[in-house]
Design a binder for this molecule. Structure first.
Ligand SMILES: NC(=O)C1=CN([C@@H]2O[C@H](COP(=O)(O)OP(=O)(O)OC[C@H]3O[C@@H](n4cnc5c(N)ncnc54)[C@H](OP(=O)(O)O)[C@@H]3O)[C@@H](O)[C@H]2O)C=CC1
Ligand SMILES: CC(=O)[C@@H](O)[C@H](O)COP(=O)(O)O
Ligand SMILES: [Mn+2]
Length: 409
């Protein structure tokens, strides 16, 4: 196969860097076409020196500042060879450029939506880490994948695990069993959750939780936003919605299972009593490599799982009283339309406010509940409506913070 040209949206982040690590192991198969960054521009300049992309994307108005940073890290030849573009238009450009084969969608939050859709519309092989984009645009997102015949591969560890455990004809299969509505013999998906750093904490303890404590995930090293989502279990709520769309399943067929060790990355149950699981050490290089090379396999530096030295594998029911995010997400998915986009926007604002010490940890889900109950949820007919509701939710969330900041109830 010819060398694949790869764009990494969100190259300076945790997924971005793991992707670069996997690519660097296979220079004969992959070349970096474009890298994008947002705040960590010094790190982006260092990545340019290391990986020599053809194009780099910086935020609007930052091209000159970035050139100065490049001068600190790169030689003149590299600086002259590189094209620097800016803003959302730049992100969409490198996501859809004719020269690009593969796009890693690893921007965090709603900022990743338009560039990811640009990659989809251009029919690229899209490796999806940016779950918020799919949660926001749901059906519209999946319709565009089909229309453009893009190849969408899940990178989120659970969804990648499920993808690996599904039958190969799952997506082409239209066979449904008359009485049960099972597709390709699949009866349930079991979505594993670590339970996060506060799995055993009481609600009272969680009221006092600090951003540093919330960001200290027991098993994974990740960006701040997803780490807080994991601590509230909103990550699992978003993942539940993500799974419903990716695997075309109703909420009732996705069950969240707490598995504190993060060794079993998710499971698929079949109507014949079989349960298939994907296991591995918790390192995102594995799902990234899988999505890059599928249907082939490529090597990573992740050590194979050593079952002889592994501790017990535990499984628990989630506690939806201490972790109301799960019920909020299920309800948003059942409501449909723009409800998941509203949930996502409220969560993004709440997490940012918590990280800025403006609200308490337990107020994150209170804020989301308040926004969802106040807003008039519209059908998600088009992207503009979704973006309008996203904005409305952010405004309501901002007002809630003004009224409730630092009241730890
Ligand atoms: N980390 C993980 O293990 C996993 C992550 N994911 C998902 O992958 C995505 C990325 O997560 P993660 O890598 O942890 O996050 P990070 O915070 O580490 O990285 C986020 C990336 O997005 C960029 N970015 C942030 N805001 C903007 C913006 N407004 N416009 C353009 N770029 C922006 C950041 O740039 P900069 O740093 O320069 O500011 C950075 O490159 C999230 O959606 C997350 O849920 C899914 C599964 C696992
Ligand atoms: C690595 C990954 O996919 C994360 O989404 C991870 O699953 C977060 O852990 P939680 O299971 O604690 O949400
Ligand atoms: Mn995950």
């Amino acid at each position: 196969m010819p060398v694949q040209q790869v764009t990494i949206l969100g190259a300076t982040g945790s997924i971005g860097k793991s992707t670069l690590k996997v690519l660097a192991q296979h220079p004969d198969q992959y070349q970096v076409y474009a890298l994008t960054g947002f705040q960590r521009l010094d790190e982006l300049a260092q990545l340019v020196e290391q990986y020599s992309p053809k194009v780099v994307v910086v935020p609007d108005g930052k091209i000159d500042a970035f050139r100065s940073l490049l001068a600190l890290h790169c030689n003149d030849k590299k600086i002259h060879a590189i094209e620097i573009v800016e803003g959302e238009a730049g992100l969409c450009q490198v996501a859809s450029a004719a020269a690009v084969d593969v796009v890693m969608a690893a921007i965090v939050g709603s900022a990743g939506l338009k560039p990811t859709l640009a990659a989809i519309d251009a029919g690229k092989r899209v490796l999806l880490a940016n779950k918020e984009a799919l949660v926001m645009a749901g059906e519209l997102f999946m319709q565009r994948v089909k229309q453009a015949q893009a190849t969408l591969l899940p990178v989120d560890s659970e969804h990648n695990a499920i993808f690996q455990c599904l039958p190969t004809d799952y997506f082409s299969s239209t066979a449904r069993f008359a009485n049960h509505g099972n597709r390709a013999g699949v009866s349930q998906i079991l979505l594993t959750a670590s339970g996060g750093p506060f799995r055993t904490w009481t609600l009272q303890q969680m009221q006092q939780a600090t951003p540093a404590q919330a960001c200290k995930h027991p098993n994974w090293s990740m960006g701040q936003k997803i780490s807080v989502d994991s601590a509230t279990l909103m990550n699992k709520g978003l993942e539940l919605i993500e799974a419903c769309h990716l695997f075309e399943l109703p909420v009732e067929r996705v069950t969240v299972v707490i598995h504190p060790e993060s060794i079993v990355h998710s499971l698929v149950q079949y109507i014949d009593g079989s349960t298939l699981a994907q296991l591995g050490n918790p390192d995102m290089c594995t799902p990234i490599a899988h999505a890059l090379a599928w249907p082939q396999r490529i090597a990573t530096t992740v050590p194979p799982l050593d079952l002889f030295s592994a501790n017990c594998l535990n499984f628990e029911q989630p506690d939806e009283v201490r972790f109301p995010a799960l019920a909020l997400a299920k309800s948003a998915m059942k409501t449909g339309g723009c409800a998941p986009a509203v949930l996502n926007a409220a969560n993004e604002v709440a997490v940012a406010a918590f990280l800025a010490n403006k609200i308490a940890f337990t107020q994150i889900t209170q804020l989301i509940h308040a926004v969802i109950t106040q807003i008039n949820v519209l059908p998600a007919h088009d992207l503009d409506t979704i973006l309008v509701q996203d904005l409305e939710a952010r405004e309501l969330a901002g007002q809630w913070i003004m009224a409730n900041a630092n009241r730890t109830t």
